[in-house]
Write a protein that binds this ligand. Structure first.
Ligand code: ADP
Ligand code: SF4
Length: 692
């Protein structure tokens, strides 16, 4: 039964002409699929509708080719031919009574137009402000351009209406939308009536909100997604935002508040807690009679209720919590709190967008596979002909494999060598800032516990003979990986000369409590994600003087994709970590190492008493190979598979995906060389023929 204190989350609320059925508001979020994978995105949004969200939005939808953010893949609404895919999306969003929203964006100074090759247009011209420092400048819009822009927006309003959306969100947050560029003195240097005073800088917003109402005949709600705070002397500050809202209290049908930069808004759990934007949002509701939505990686219903009861928010905005658990609202509604799959705040989902691939989620293995593979975040397809499965290793791979196989109806045996379930996350959750990662294990162990068809054996180090003797139809070996105790990774493909007198440590050592203390320690990071910097923090906490050595040009460079790189760099500098960029060890002595510059080869010496290698991992695949060498088929085993980190080490999201993929594949007909997922291929224009 639902706790009556949570009832308020299910009170309908009006947004202009539309009524939202509850307070769960899926704010716009990217997914790496966008216009390239229309059906994959549609089915992803449909699961949110099924999961009970009151409002569901598209990702950023680019309204005109003079402003696009290739290589990032979002939506297009450039002409009428884009309407069908978006109409399909609106239909899916509305399938269970949610309101369907479209976020319209014109990127201005943020759009390099690498694909359309149009000259970028901005409030004030200058170099394009993107993550990628594209060597492109935008031209300052003149009055005619501004009139054109209004007309392009009007076209997008008409098309959004035609596509069946209920809400239009005008994007002016994260530094990405032109509305913010108009409002901010950092990006608006104009001296005409669109620049200068706040009234002038807000002129374009007033104009297009009016245009939106007129074009859609007042039938659609119009929301403004505003930046909460832009840093810097000229930035659109929180104080100025409050002035703007007070001056335009009734302008939109809803205020949607998000932090100034995407990095600040979507901080990882390592650096930001749930509800981190509260101070910036508090009091804004008092300035306007219109409802307010804000985000904060909310996964706890108590925290959500508090936001509403204390008058901070009217709607609970969520992107990542809705990705990790599209059924969050329904689970709260039905009081199934223990079934909530909480976001761990790792931003792997963001990395799908940043790499232009397709997003995945560490927690929700079905994310963006709803259409491609027919996976569902909560439902499992019924089992096939065989009955029993054995999974060896209870890390993220093994736990997900066990859960999904059990949900399908197989009788599951899960054997784990240690006393603790969770594998790598049981270790990594102890590291500075990574405690939320424990949710990967907690959710799965919690779900497995009540299932009658699951037997879990702890302290059970299986031998190959044991694995064969268990009598399972299918065996998965998910025995993980171990960090290497040498320099071999990307730069060094072979070991380097090493004096055995130098004490060497790996992340596994440090996580097991074997850690240098009070020494001068070099940490060599050729992994480039989070582990190196997290261990540097741990080493500092243990009183060490830390030298962070990396062959890359910046620390933790892949964490650009999780929006953390800048924060990691700041943290290391604040902790007094000495950073050696574009350097790698060439020889290791007893008390020092020789570093080589990766560009010039110039050598230097670095004195240190211990060396921590964060390089690469060796798969723990000996059990698999030994079992495979035995006559496993004669033991009645139909399939023997190596999965997860034991097959190919990667981030935790790769491990949970591998577990799901294995469970889904059980008893599936062998599809040979056929593609394992559905995809859409751009159609040739009518009249184009390859035939002579
Ligand atoms: P993954 O990320 O692929 O799940 P982990 O390293 O997190 O990999 O987990 C692997 C788990 O497998 C660890 O908990 C480890 O204790 C367990 N394990 C390794 N070898 C065996 C074995 N022979 N029998 C049972 N469990 C094992
Ligand atoms: Fe949350 Fe990580 Fe999933 Fe993103 S990938 S929704 S941050 S658990």
């Amino acid at each position: 039964m639902r706790d009556p204190r949570h009832d308020i989350l299910f009170t309908p609320l009006q947004i202009g002409p539309k009524l939202a059925k509850n307070r769960f508001y899926q704010v716009p979020h990217c997914n790496g699929g966008g216009y390239r994978d229309p059906s994959a995105v549609v089915e992803m949004r449909r699961t949110k509708a099924e999961g009970g969200w009151g409002v569901i939005f598209t990702e950023q939808t680019e309204i005109h080719p003079t402003s696009e953010i290739t290589p990032f893949i979002e939506q297009h609404l450039w002409d009428d031919r884009d309407i069908p895919a978006l109409a399909h999306m609106a239909e899916a969003m509305k399938s269970h009574g949610a309101l369907a929203g479209i976020q319209l964006a014109y990127s201005g100074i943020n759009g390099p137009n690498l694909y359309s090759r149009e000259v970028p247009l901005a409030v004030t011209g200058g170099p394009i402000l993107t993550f990628t420092s594209d060597p492109v400048q935008a031209r300052t819009m003149d009055k005619e351009d501004i009139r054109n822009l209004r007309r392009w927006f009007q076209g997008a309003f008409r098309r959004s209406h035609q596509a069946g959306f209920d809400l239009i969100c005008l994007y002016g947050a994260h530094g990405f939308g032109i509305l913010q560029h108009f409002l901010s003195r950092a990006t608006n240097h104009r001296t005409d009536d669109y620049g200068g005073s706040l009234t002038n800088r807000a002129r374009f917003l007033r104009e297009i909100v009016e245009d939106a109402r007129e074009t859609t005949k007042g039938e659609l709600a119009v929301t403004l997604r505003m930046s909460l705070h832009e840093a810097g002397a000229y930035g659109f500050s929180n104080a100025e935002l409050r002035d703007f809202i007070a001056m335009h209290a009734e302008l939109p049908d809803l205020w949607d508040l998000a932090n100034g930069t995407w990095e600040a808004c979507s901080g990882t759990s390592r650096f930001k807690d749930e509800g981190a934007q509260e101070d910036l949002v508090r009091g804004i509701k008092d300035l306007t009679p219109k409802p307010v939505v804000g985000v904060g990686r909310f996964t706890s219903p108590d925290a959500m209720v508090r936001q509403i009861k204390t008058g901070i928010l009217d709607f609970i905005g969520a992107a990542r919590p809705s990705i990790a658990d599209p059924f969050l609202p329904l689970k709260v509604q039905e009081g199934r709190y223990e079934d909530i799959r909480e976001c761990i705040g790792c931003n792997i989902c963001v990395s799908g967008d940043m790499t232009g691939s397709i997003s995945r989620c560490t927690q929700n293995t079905a994310f963006m596979e709803e259409w491609r593979k027919g996976w569902h975040p909560d439902r499992a397809r019924p089992k096939g002909a065989s009955e029993t499965v054995l999974i060896v290793g209870a890390g993220p791979t093994g736990l997900e494999a066990a859960l999904q196989a059990a949900k399908r109806g197989y009788k599951v045996t899960l054997a784990e060598a240690t006393a603790t379930l969770g594998g790598r996350v049981a270790q990594e959750r102890q590291l500075p800032g990574l405690s939320a990662w424990g949710r990967v294990a907690d959710y799965r162990t919690g779900q497995l516990a009540p299932l009658p068809n699951v037997d879990i054996y702890r302290d059970s180090l299986l031998t190959p003979e044991d694995a064969l003797a268990m009598g399972a139809d299918h065996v998965a070996i998910a025995t993980g990986s171990s960090w290497r105790r040498d320099a071999v990774a990307r730069l060094h493909l072979h070991g380097i000369p090493t004096d055995p007198a130098m004490p060497l440590y790996t992340p596994d050592d440090l996580m097991a409590g074997r850690c240098p203390e009070g020494q001068s320690v070099a940490l060599y990071d050729d992994d480039h994600f989070y582990m190196g910097s997290v261990l540097a923090e741990l080493l500092v906490a243990k009183g060490n003087k830390v030298h962070f050595v990396t062959p890359a040009v910046k620390v933790a460079e892949w964490s650009d994709n999780t929006l953390e790189q800048g924060t990691i760099m700041r943290r290391l500098l604040e902790l007094g970590v000495e950073i050696h960029l574009s350097k790698a060890p060439e020889t290791i002595g007893a008390q020092e190492m020789t570093l080589g510059c990766t560009w010039t080869g110039r050598q230097s010496a670095l004195a240190c008493e211990a060396l921590v290698y964060v390089t690469s991992r060796t798969p723990n695949d000996h059990l698999y190979h030994a079992a495979k060498a035995l006559d496993w088929q004669a033991a009645g085993i139909r399939s023997l598979k190596l999965i997860g980190d034991a097959a190919a080490p990667g981030p935790i999201a790769w491990a949970t995906y591998a577990g799901r993929n294995w469970a889904e594949s059980l008893d599936q007909p062998n599809s040979g060389d056929a593609l394992s997922f559905r995809r859409e291929i751009a159609a040739l224009e009518p009249g184009v023929s390859l035939l002579p």
